[in-house]
Design a protein around this ligand. Sequence first.
Ligand SMILES: NC(=O)c1ccc[n+]([C@@H]2O[C@H](COP(=O)([O-])OP(=O)(O)OC[C@H]3O[C@@H](n4cnc5c(N)ncnc54)[C@H](O)[C@@H]3O)[C@@H](O)[C@H]2O)c1
Length: 267
Amino acid sequence: MSVYDLTGRKAMVTGGARGLGEGMARALARAGAAVVVADIREDLGKATASSLREEGANAEFVALDITSDDSWGQAMPQAIAHLSGLDILVNNAGVEITSLLVDLDAESARRMLDVNVLGTALGIKHGFRAMRPGGAGGSGGAIVNVASVAATIAFPGIAVYSATKSAVDRLTRVAAMESGKLGYGVRVNCVYPGLVPTEMGNQLAVDCAEIGLFPSPQEAAGAVIGLTPLGRLGEVPDIADAVVFLASDGARFITGAGLPVDGGMGM
Ligand SMILES: NC(=O)c1ccc[n+]([C@@H]2O[C@H](COP(=O)([O-])OP(=O)(O)OC[C@H]3O[C@@H](n4cnc5c(N)ncnc54)[C@H](O)[C@@H]3O)[C@@H](O)[C@H]2O)c1
């Protein structure tokens, strides 16, 4: 059960095939929303949508590469057709490639900029076009972008990733301003998740050890826990519930905000 009722709402979650995005899709569905799982990984995304349907949700998969304007141009009408509208867009898909700055690989940096910054910006573009008055998705709604605690602290090994997540934070503020000023009726907020042991989170701990920052992945994770007042790593539902809140009417007077969901690590 969710404390925030999304019955009748229509939600699209990018990167919804696994990890945090899957958890967000599940939490939105449990709160009553119909959900489109949008992801570049068709195999995983279809399986996730089907497992949501087994739980009784109205869920479909749509193929999407968030870095491509054309892909958004195809995926958004498909999502709107499946859902009969759109009220909620979660720009969650992202990538992290760990590296010390002295070893920076330009291609890896470009990939993170492409997915995390351009991909999120294109998501906002297509979300606005769908949800603003006269848009194919209906009128008004909420966008939730997924930044990171990395946008609020300095942790070694993730400089470019942190920069891309700071960009997501700024994109959120300007998007909220444009939406408000131009009367789109779309609230735009972001979350800053702390470390969660998804495939990305686990790989980050492994990579931090591999580049010599910590003796082992366990000690990398332990260092994060040591920096976290609540004394543990995040869990997928911790982040998903915050997204449900920001998407719901419980957050009806909140826009342009960044919500830390990190056990206090970034305070
Ligand atoms: N896990 C963490 O510790 C953590 C912490 C803070 C923020 N985040 C952010 O949360 C989001 C989700 O992270 P996660 O841990 O679930 O990662 P993950 O790697 O487990 O899942 C990411 C999903 O995004 C999809 N994706 C990647 N590139 C895509 C593209 N171009 N188009 C469409 N889909 C694409 C992947 O296929 C995958 O399903 C990311 O933006 C990440 O930066 C994660």
